[in-house]
Design a protein around this ligand. Structure first.
Ligand code: APR
Length: 235
């Protein structure tokens, strides 16, 4: 069994990190305008505002802890080989909670909040402190050239070649904690279905493309994901 797991903001919601869109209207994009904070144009227009937005989220992340869903996915990745299987973990999330929960080789298709990228020399480095216009690139030593290493609206997601290869090799596609509203991730389930691969949605409530999935399990990720992992591992 080769499982392709896609996660979204819902898997980190119970760790205290906000989701972007939810029915209660308290999602991040209900409180902040993504066109002013999460596009290359926004960064060119007002880098200080963009830095402040991601600095706020980075500080929240450093105070957050992985929850039972992160731990369960790491357990599945660790124990599947003994069952003759393997798991690819692709996340839309820019947090490091999968890694802190024990997962390995996590594919961050929307980048990583705890990394910064130099717009001049393209170097990518760990970034745990606040980014400002005075921040220096450790590689080219220039100041004011660092941006969050995250994929903004209008930019190309990362690792798509590897992701498509893993999706084409999967025998089960599982989507956890995502509204299915942002492509290309939202299209992965249709890609799996077109290949006759079984699919399962695990979410708090039906996503935009819930009807495409073969199986659906609803509830809080920290409850539903450990139960699903136990079912897959037979214990
Ligand atoms: N357990 C499981 N699912 C949950 C929980 C929870 N405790 N809390 C919320 N959810 C679900 C919501 O019902 C929703 O369907 O998680 C989903 C989160 O959806 P979004 O907020 O849209 O987040 P996501 O799908 O990851 O967004 C995709 O959009 O803005 C971009 O780059 C951003 O990566 C993000 C992308």
């Amino acid at each position: 069994m080769r499982i392709f797991v896609l996660t979204g903001a819902g898997v980190s919601a119970e760790s205290g990190l906000g989701t972007f869109r939810d029915k209660s209207g308290t999602g991040l994009w209900a409180r902040f305008d993504p066109m002013k904070l999460a596009t290359p144009e926004a960064f060119a227009r007002d880098p200080a505002a963009v830095h402040e937005f991601y600095n706020f989220r980075r500080r929240n992340l450093l105070d957050a802890r992985p929850n039972a869903a992160h731990l369960a996915l790491a357990r599945l990745q660790r124990e599947l080989p003994a069952h003759g299987g393997a798991m690819t973990l692709v996340t839309q999330n820019i947090d490091d909670l999968h890694e802190r929960g024990g997962a390995r080789d996590v594919v961050h298709m929307h980048g990583e909040l705890l990394k910064a990228r130099c717009v001049t020399c393209r170097a990518i480095a760990a970034q745990r402190s606040d980014l400002t216009a005075e921040s220096h690139c450790a590689s080219c030593r220039r100041a004011g050239t660092l941006r969050p290493h995250v994929v903004w609206f209008g930019e190309t997601p990362l690792f798509m070649e590897d992701i498509c290869a893993a999706l084409s090799d999967a025998t089960l596609f599982v989507s956890i904690g995502t509204s299915g509203s942002v492509y290309p991730a939202a299209g992965f389930v249709s890609h799996a279905r077109a290949r006759g691969v079984r699919s399962c949605e695990i979410n708090l409530m039906p996503s935009d493309n819930a009807s495409v999935f073969d199986e659906r399990r609803y509830g809080a990720a920290s409850d539903v994901v450990p139960a699903w992992v136990s079912d897959v591992l037979g214990a």
